[in-house]
Ligand binder design. Structure first.
Ligand code: AMP
Length: 224
């Protein structure tokens, strides 16, 4: 089974991706996570990516497209995969569409989490990362996933880890606006990529406005 997940930054796309991963047991490939891991390790790819990520720009397609297409050819993806954060523009969508056609592969689900742009922005600025596990959801602006308090200090609501940090690109309003500008762009941006797949396959639209749990339930109800 091959699945794409779309949603603006701040829509809970990462959290819902983890829900879908749990349901199907497929590898969840998150472009942003691959870049951040490379930045942490100080690889060439990480150095190249950081300069764009810090500005809220997309890492060039020449770097991103082969990186993801190679990743999909790895052994653990033989039984299917979930892609989160790719494609992010029309050119990437076309590259993925062509690669799938060439490999005789199809998409089983394309999920689109929809969310008003101003709500998405507020949610991004409240997001906190747990040092023990990036997938532990913590957000100071969303009641359902507010960090816990321990001795007056915010700690991860899942594991109690006391190292909660904000991503630098999550606190930079200009960078957020730029990222959203790319996402909501229906000409060549991410919504253009969503529209590209709408022409090829059925897209499941999920309203990302309610709490995490409600969104998960709505999503799981639509998946078989
Ligand atoms: P994310 O964790 O999905 O918010 O991604 C963080 C950053 O990584 C983005 O703001 C981009 O700079 C970069 N990035 C993630 N996915 C892509 C992609 N498909 N193409 C180019 N850059 C990307």
């Amino acid at each position: 089974m091959n699945i794409l997940i779309f949603g603006p930054n701040g829509s809970g796309k990462g959290t819902q991706g983890a829900v879908v991963q749990k349901k199907y047991g497929l590898p969840l490939i998150e472009t942003g996570v691959i870049f951040r891991e490379n930045i942490k390790k100080g690889t060439d790819l990480g150095r190249k990516a950081k300069e764009f990520i810090d500005k809220g720009e997309l890492v060039p397609d020449a770097v991103t497209v082969p990186m993801i297409l190679d990743r999909l050819r790895e052994q653990d993806c033989a039984g299917g995969w979930i892609l989160d954060g790719f494609p992010r523009n029309l050119a990437q969508a076309e590259a993925l569409g062509e690669a799938l056609d060439k490999a005789g592969m199809k998409l089983d689900y394309v999920i689109e989490i929809t969310l008003d742009r101003s709500i998405a922005k507020r949610r991004i600025m409240g997001r906190r990362l747990c040092a023990a596990d990036n997938n532990h959801p913590n957000n100071i602006c969303i009641d359902a996933i507010k960090p816990a308090l321990k001795d007056g200090k915010m700690v991860c609501r899942v594991c109690g880890c006391d190292k909660l940090t904000a991503r630098a690109d999550d606190q930079d309003e200009a960078a957020i606006d730029k990222r959203h500008g790319i996402y909501y762009d229906t000409a060549t941006g991410t919504l253009a990529a969503v529209n590209y797949f709408k022409k090829r396959t059925k897209v499941l639209e999920i309203d990302g406005t309610p709490g995490v749990q409600e969104v998960s339930q709505a999503l799981l109800a639509k998946l078989s």
